[in-house]
Design a protein around this ligand. Structure first.
Ligand code: GLN
Length: 224
């Protein structure tokens, strides 16, 4: 179901461009026909329908949020209706509780534990059915991922695997501990666009995995 837009906005989704996997998200949104842009200044948040906080290193992104004084503008934009999706490090930044560490944005009532699967070498791929998001199994890529160990009562669990929660959402925030932008699947990007009140121009099913390869995003990195 496509959610209704609360207030008038630009209809664009921004990707927080401080550190981490920015271009991969841009690539996926562009494939869907969604207007997407990189954001890194306080004024960039004003009219966004949604914001993606990418994977990377949460401690680094948290410091940069403070150094560039963009925490407050980001929180204000969220208050006026901007939806936010955090992938991996982004999910850590959005969590209200981080096991053994201070939280950063604290926008969703979850408790998350960093680096829960081990080192970079313990990164892995799998797939899962998430009926809310897609009809087919969705490929999942976990890179030095955290585990969501608890969610509050207003948070809906989208995917639970063994002892941990891998995807969850509240009314305004979506969190995934894996990286849909590092697979050919556009299902999560379409799901987030709908959460932002946007209607992707492209039918996901026509964007097959064959039209995507792991390097496809590099054309964007080369063009700036
Ligand atoms: N381990 C990283 C952190 O704690 C997250 C890794 C990722 O985003 N893929 O921030």
């Amino acid at each position: 179901m496509i959610a209704k837009q609360k207030k008038k906005n630009s209809g664009a989704i921004g990707i927080l461009d401080l550190q981490g996997g920015v271009y991969e998200h841009l690539d996926h949104l562009q494939r869907l026909g969604i207007t997407a842009r990189r954001v890194k200044h306080a004024s960039d948040f004003n009219d966004l329908a949604g914001l993606i906080i990418p994977g990377g290193e949460s401690s680094c992104i948290a410091r940069l949020l403070d150094i560039f004084a963009i925490k407050q503008p980001l929180l204000k934009a969220c208050e006026r209706g901007m939806k936010i999706w955090g992938t991996c490090a982004g999910a850590i930044l959005l969590a209200q509780k981080v096991v053994g560490e201070a939280s950063s944005l604290g926008l969703i009532d979850i408790e998350i534990k960093r680096n829960s699967f081990g080192s970079q070498l313990d990164s892995f791929k799998s797939e899962a059915r998430i009926p809310e998001v897609a009809d087919d199994p969705i490929p999942l890529t976990f890179i030095r991922a955290p585990k969501i160990v608890r969610v509050g009562k207003d948070v809906n669990v989208l995917l639970k695997v063994k002892d941990y929660i891998a995807a969850a959402e509240s009314e305004s925030i979506l969190v995934t501990v894996f990286h849909p932008e590092l697979t050919g699947s556009l299902a999560f990007h379409r799901y987030f666009a709908a959460k932002c009140g946007l209607n992707p121009a492209v039918n996901t099913r026509s964007c097959s995995e064959q039209q995507w390869n792991y390097d496809s995003w590099t054309r964007l990195a080369r063009s700036v």
